[in-house]
Design a protein around this ligand. Sequence first.
Ligand SMILES: NC(=O)c1ccc[n+]([C@@H]2O[C@H](COP(=O)([O-])OP(=O)(O)OC[C@H]3O[C@@H](n4cnc5c(N)ncnc54)[C@H](OP(=O)(O)O)[C@@H]3O)[C@@H](O)[C@H]2O)c1
Length: 269
Amino acid sequence: MYIDIKNIINELNEEIEFLKQKVTHEPKLISLVVEPDPSTLSYLKSQKRSTKKHGINLEIIESENLIDDLSHYNQDITVDGIFVARPLAKGYSELDIARNINPLKDVEGVSLFNIGSMYYEEELFIPCTAEAVVKTIENTTEIRGKNVVVIGRSTTVGKPVGILLLKRGRDATVTIAHSKTVNLQEITRKADILVVAVGKANFINKDFVKEGAIVIDVGINVLESKVVGDVSSDVAEKCEVTPVPGGVGNVTSLILIRNVFKAALDKNI
Ligand SMILES: NC(=O)c1ccc[n+]([C@@H]2O[C@H](COP(=O)([O-])OP(=O)(O)OC[C@H]3O[C@@H](n4cnc5c(N)ncnc54)[C@H](OP(=O)(O)O)[C@@H]3O)[C@@H](O)[C@H]2O)c1
């Protein structure tokens, strides 16, 4: 069975409308891009559509020096939010962004300050995809006491999902697996909730899951010109699974829009 994310989308749209009423200027988002590949260009096209729909002024800047540009837009008072397109070009790391982006404009929730606050159980701007995963689980099932397995330990997805689910009040028991994990199948078969953020098409099949588990498919892969997740379709025969496309990715995009309005609201005087 596939998980219906309509409720989450409606809730986010309502939150965005609420913020829109309060923001007194047209929010401005800067998207910095270095040497874009075809997947980045296609992402930016959809970002253009969604920002236009929500009345956000988007400027896409082809950056020659990401650190200098971050420093420039950090200080530009006309800019509310800054987004950095992935994959990052050679020579840059996630840590470069984390160290150099102004936390007040960090609508993706990747700055050292925002990540550090999350570690102390404060949720300011948190990584958008991780928030999307947590919202989707909260909307589907009770988390407290559940055995959650997250496959993937990236800074923007796997690790923050683990931290957010461990938070007091959510109270999951969390296992984070990665490429060096031994006996992955044995671990995933014990999960009440399985989050898959690996980036390999059809990586998880029905032999990896327990009957009735909730499975959150974060993966976005292109297979024979079609977008597919990390979870193969047979898993939906045994579990409740988020669809790809049309699942976590849609929630993530709206969270980014919501964050631009949040950042703009903080600048109201
Ligand atoms: N839906 C959305 O909004 C959204 C947003 C961001 C990303 N994504 C998608 O989510 C996926 C993951 O993204 P990411 O940025 O987290 O990717 P990433 O940085 O490449 O991380 C992938 C993780 O998977 C682990 N892994 C790789 N092979 C494995 C194996 N055989 N067994 C167990 N673990 C394995 C890696 O382990 P090691 O650490 O040991 O290498 C790593 O921790 C990608 O498909 C990406 O496109 C979707």
